[in-house]
Design a protein. Structure first.
Length: 342
């Protein structure tokens, strides 16, 4: 099933970078890998993937036990800002990329995929892992979803993956053969290397994505709950194949759950409004907070991203890993009027 139509990108001020059946390296879409394929879902982390990355089988709905206890756990000690240190931070595996603004190649598990990066020079800010929609690109979507200048001025960094391993059986894809569980190994490597090289704040590692990329981000909410602090999903939700056991059964991140109207935010027989509602239930069952943003529109609606751009960075800044108490008892100014705490 395809979760975003090719060709609509041009109407939104960009150009489609391919389709989900192919593609080149560089600024390509979710097409082919820019190098050799990855050998598995968990090889870039220091053990933190060993039992979570390959386990998306519909078993992770809000109550799964933590997958492992390895990785460089900080013990969850408190460290300012209301957050705690992540319990499953990955360690670099092999050679780190030299991060700079523009396209970088991230290597993990014998494979390589490319990412577009936005970064400042001072460090100390959030790291946002971004996954784009079918037939789209991070280069197009990230500037719509975030004020990239504000992110970099805050010492932050955005890594938007542009290619995929395309490895694994269909049940190892988190959506529609755009992103795969094995691709999360590259996110692990990006996280580990950004902490080491750019000195991003390890309490502020976040995931976001649109459509197929939202499903990948939700997979990370489950399978990387040991370091992902909070998530923004644009037309995503729980479609079963993006579930996994929680990496850290004691942590689930808060989320903005943006979607269109039931019956309208639909593609390939998937109603993303309903899928979003299912995920919101899981978020609350896991003890976290969900902000529902129903803009009433169809699935292909890039304004869904830009409508939340004024608050997306602040939401992440306000929701570090393990923040308690929940900082939002009501929504701060800047959120669209159709958003509410669910």
């Amino acid at each position: 099933m395809g979760f975003l139509l090719a060709g609509v990108i041009a109407a939104c001020g960009g150009s489609s970078s391919g389709n989900d059946n192919g593609g080149s390296s560089g600024g390509s879409s979710s097409g082919g890998s820019s190098g050799s394929t990855s050998s598995g879902g968990g090889s870039s982390s220091s053990g933190s993937n060993s039992s979570s990355s390959g386990s998306s089988s519909g078993s992770g709905s809000g109550s799964s036990a933590g997958a492992d206890a390895s990785g460089s756990s900080s013990g969850g000690s408190s460290d300012g800002g209301g957050g705690t240190n992540p319990t499953h931070l990955p360690m670099p595996s092999g050679t780190c990329p030299t991060f700079a603004n523009g396209v970088v190649t991230v290597a993990a598990g014998g494979g390589m995929i490319q990412a577009q990066t936005w970064m400042g020079t001072k460090g100390g800010g959030p790291l946002i892992i971004y996954w784009h929609a079918t037939s789209s690109s991070a280069t197009l979507e990230v500037p719509l979803a975030f004020d990239t200048a504000a992110v970099t001025a805050a010492g932050g960094m955005i890594v938007g993956f542009e290619s995929t391993t395309r490895t694994g059986t269909p049940m190892n894809t988190t959506g529609n053969d755009v992103w795969y569980q094995s691709d999360v190994a590259f996110a692990d490597q990006a996280v580990a290397c950004a902490i080491q090289q750019v000195h991003v704040d390890p309490q502020h590692i976040h995931a976001a994505g649109y459509s197929a990329g939202a499903l990948q981000s939700i997979y990370m909410w489950f399978a990387r709950s040991g370091y992902v602090a909070s998530v923004i999903s644009y037309s995503g939700g729980d479609v079963t194949i993006d579930e996994a056991p929680f990496q850290d059964s004691g942590h689930a991140g808060a989320a903005i759950v943006a979607h269109g109207a039931p019956g309208s935010d639909v593609f390939s027989n998937v109603d993303f409004a309903m899928a979003s509602a299912t995920w919101e239930t899981q978020i609350k069952q896991a003890g976290a907070m969900a902000i529902d943003c129903d803009d009433g529109q169809a699935h292909v609606y890039f304004t869904r991203l830009s409508n939340l751009a004024p608050v997306s960075l602040k939401f992440f800044q306000d929701h570090p890993f393990g923040v308690k108490p929940e900082p939002y008892t009501s929504l701060p100014s800047g959120f669209p009027s159709y958003c509410k705490i669910d």
